[in-house]
Design a protein around this ligand. Structure first.
Ligand code: GDP
Ligand code: MG
Length: 437
């Protein structure tokens, strides 16, 4: 799947210090392949990787963020843009507002008509009327009637009529007469685009002048979905797209290409056969889904915002000289806290999120540590070596902790300091020549 493919290609960047022409080219080749395999239109994929490349090159990689993570974010933001950036609302302000469904047979028009009626009834307090304009199969009217009953919404049909244009017009008269403020017109589709179907839906459009024409498409049909969208759009100039069957093992390709090929927003997605399986389309969330990497993107965003690179460099120097003290310790804690609620932050890390859901970590985790450090004099903070027994007693009292907690912190601090020195390579550097000899 696309997410896994992208994930693998990002791994190439792992451990690199900077995003360069060379490492980005390799990754983007894979990204492009992954997009093409997910049925993303060739031109769309090419434009996409070109834009990402342009944005990625020359980006400074912050200490807190790995190049691969930064790439994920750039790709995520581009994916979001590709799908329209913002969420698009439907236009249902007139009374009655008329919504016309279009799309091939089996795309999910009838099901979606029911879902939309249910959603707008409960969430927007609308009084919908469902209209059956599929006059070719008796079963089609019956299908809509059953849906309407389930959600307790009236349905308009004319079982003996073969003229969907007239049915639609009559339905709107009926809605006006009975005070329904939302008319959802379900139409007949064909298995493939043909002139007759196009003429019919165009005639309905002409006759009822809908506020909103939605093009419903099965997201599992991949590249075909994009071609169909193009043909319907040329004929109908529709207002928005509904992507159905996103619940299955659907590759995200259709969602990615449709927007840029027809330049119309995706407004809703269908995620199951049940009537509540409908969602507004959020480009950013869809990008998350395509990348399938938990919420690593927001994690990177926050780290970027909050992490002070200069501060990090200053600290590294102090650590190398073994001058890391309690003042630095405090400022590190402040940095971590700035990044937000720790649990929330940790829950964004893919693979870890679920595991730590019930564990109690939050900002309070640092409370007693901070209290202890604040109870030290400035001299004690910068020179912890002077902390003898009586000083420790005083600090314990002042911080509302006890001597064990103070001792524990001092011991941890000492270990941390030793470890930091090792990691920064100071000690290792001195050892190396000996080893060589
Ligand atoms: P229409 O011919 O365009 O009216 O399509 P229908 O509404 O009759 O749907 C065709 C089939 O797709 C039906 O079996 C629906 O239950 C199914 N279907 C519609 N939307 C979804 C969806 O979002 N997810 C899944 N899994 N099935 C769907
Ligand atoms: Mg139908």
């Amino acid at each position: 799947n696309l997410s896994e493919r992208l994930e693998r290609s990002f791994k190439i960047l792992k451990g690199e210090g900077k995003i360069t022409e060379i490492n980005v080219a390799e990754t983007l080749k894979d990204v492009r392949k992954a997009l093409l395999d997910a049925d993303v239109n060739y031109k769309v994929a090419k434009n996409f990787t070109d834009t990402v490349k342009e944005k990625a090159l020359g980006q400074n990689v912050l200490t807190a963020v790995k190049p691969s993570q930064l790439m994920v974010k750039i790709v995520h933001d581009e994916l979001t843009q590709l799908m329209g950036g913002e969420t698009s609302e439907i236009n249902i302000d007139s009374k009655p507002a008329v919504i016309l469904m279009s799309g091939l047979q089996g795309s999910g028009k009838t099901t979606f008509s029911g879902k939309l009626a249910r959603m707008l009834k409960s969430k927007k307090n609308k009084r919908p009327l469902l209209v059956a304009c599929d006059v070719y199969r008796p079963a089609a009217i019956e299908q809509l009637r059953v849906l309407a009953e389930q959600i307790d919404v009236p349905m308009y049909s004319e079982p003996d009529s073969k003229n969907p244009v007239v049915i639609a017009q009559n339905a709107i008269q009926e809605a006006k007469a009975k005070g329904y403020d939302l008319v959802i017109v379900d139409t007949a589709g064909r298995l493939a685009v043909d002139e007759e179907m196009m003429n019919e839906i165009a005639a309905i459009k002409q006759a009822i002048n809908p506020n909103e024409i939605l093009f419903v498409v099965d997201s599992m049909t991949g590249q075909d979905a994009v071609n169909t969208a193009k043909e319907f759009n040329e004929r109908l100039d529709f207002n928005g797209v509904v992507l159905t069957k996103l619940d299955g093992d659907t590759r995200g390709g259709a969602a990615l290409s449709i927007r840029s090929v027809v330049d119309k927003p995706i407004k809703f997605v269908g995620t199951g056969e049940k009537l509540d399986a409908i969602d507004q389309f959020h480009p950013s969330r869809m990008a998350d889904r395509i990348l399938g990497m938990g919420d690593i993107v927001s994690l990177v965003e926050r780290a970027q915002e909050q992490y002070d690179e200069e501060e990090a460099k200053r600290l590294q120097k102090k650590i190398a000289k073994n001058q890391f003290d309690f003042n630095d310790f405090l400022s590190q804690i402040a940095q971590i806290k700035k990044m937000g609620n720790l649990k929330e932050l940790a829950s964004m890390i893919p693979g870890v999120g679920k595991a730590i859901k019930d564990i109690d970590i939050d900002d309070n985790a640092f409370k007693s540590i901070e209290a202890i450090i604040y109870s030290m004099t400035p001299e004690e903070r910068s020179n912890p070596a002077i902390l003898n027994g009586s000083r420790r007693q005083r600090i314990a009292k002042g911080s509302g902790t006890n001597i064990q907690e103070v001792n524990r912190l001092l011991k941890q601090f000492d270990q941390t300091r030793k470890m930091m020195k090792m990691v920064t390579g100071n000690k290792m550097g001195k050892m190396m020549p000996k080893l060589k000899r």
